[in-house]
Design a protein around this ligand. Sequence first.
Ligand code: FNR
Length: 377
Amino acid sequence: MTSASLFFPLKIGPYSLQHRVVMAPLTRMRAGAGNVPNEMAPTYYGQRASAGGLIIAEAAQVTPYGQGYPQTPGIHTPEQVAGWRAVTDAVHAKGGLIFLQLWHVGRSSHSSLLPGGALPVAPSAIAIKTEKSFTPDWESVPYETPRALALSDMPGIVEAYRIGARNALAAGFDGVEVHGANGYLLEQFLHDSSNKRTDAYGGPIENRARLLLEVTAAITHVWGADRVGVRLSPFGTFNDVGDSDPVSLYKYVFTELAHLDVAYLSLIEARGADGTRLGEPGAVDQLHPYWPKPLILAGGFDGASANQAIAEGRADAIAFGRHFIANPDLPGRLQAKVPLNEYNRETFYGGGAAGYVDYPSLGLAVTPDLPTAVQSR
Ligand code: FNR
């Protein structure tokens, strides 16, 4: 039997992907006034859309209190919804699929970014020490000690995600992804280094996972579970998170997300420059048995290692980040095995067209390896 490749079709929820080269969510910090996606965003995403290809749009804050960096787009105002509608139209015009990643950064923020100069919120009043925060003027400053959320605040957090999910539906997305990775609010609750609560949202694993599961359940009520994915970084320590027993924690989380029947899990694993922050390469594999549906893996993949991961059954699809920034036609290039454009880190965050919509495309399209069979696991 031929083993699966990046160019086998894949069913995710109701969607038939024509290949497995997913565009990872990528914060570009180029939103305009009111945190509305800028006028180049439809071009940027449209360039990266492919027939039957899946894009996860950059993280969008579900509330102004969930913003963590200058010029990140939101999904909490009508103007933002209209801005995203132009993006989803551009992707759909090319036959592509696009999910929006829903974001609340929690303590990874700064009062200068938040309405009324409010303090960032977190499970516990513990500041991030190993990273720096940004002001709206892109000044790098130390993180402040956040305000620990009161028990009475928790329904409002879940409601913010629900409204964000509803707005994403209005903006024409095909689904949404819960950002449960990279040290932001939901992971701050999951991990015992950042969550010292003694109420129903802290302590035992079941309590620390409660917010992620409540948020995900609320979103599935808006979208249906088959159009909702969840992104996690089980061994991540970025933004000063980390858990004393990640395997037990994520066995529980995977099992509960399987009960919620969400469409896919997206995991970030240890590879690439920041690999040391995400555990040993392959560490996530021990958790795979607890997840029965499509698994998307990310972290330092190239075409060969991606095909290998899929052939070995480690993943069903691969999310590419940095290579997708620099290669609008990445799926076609990987299939044709032609050289990739190099990415320029200097233009990842902020700025204008340079490094955003000016990477050259060869116009290469993908031909699915098995055009008639839709593979699923
Ligand atoms: C990211 N990453 C990221 N992850 C996420 O879940 N939401 C996001 O908004 C972002 N933003 C972001 C911006 C930039 C500029 C980079 C480089 C990365 C992580 C990203 O999705 C991916 O997991 C990593 O980049 C690893 O994959 P690659 O780049 O090695 O293919």
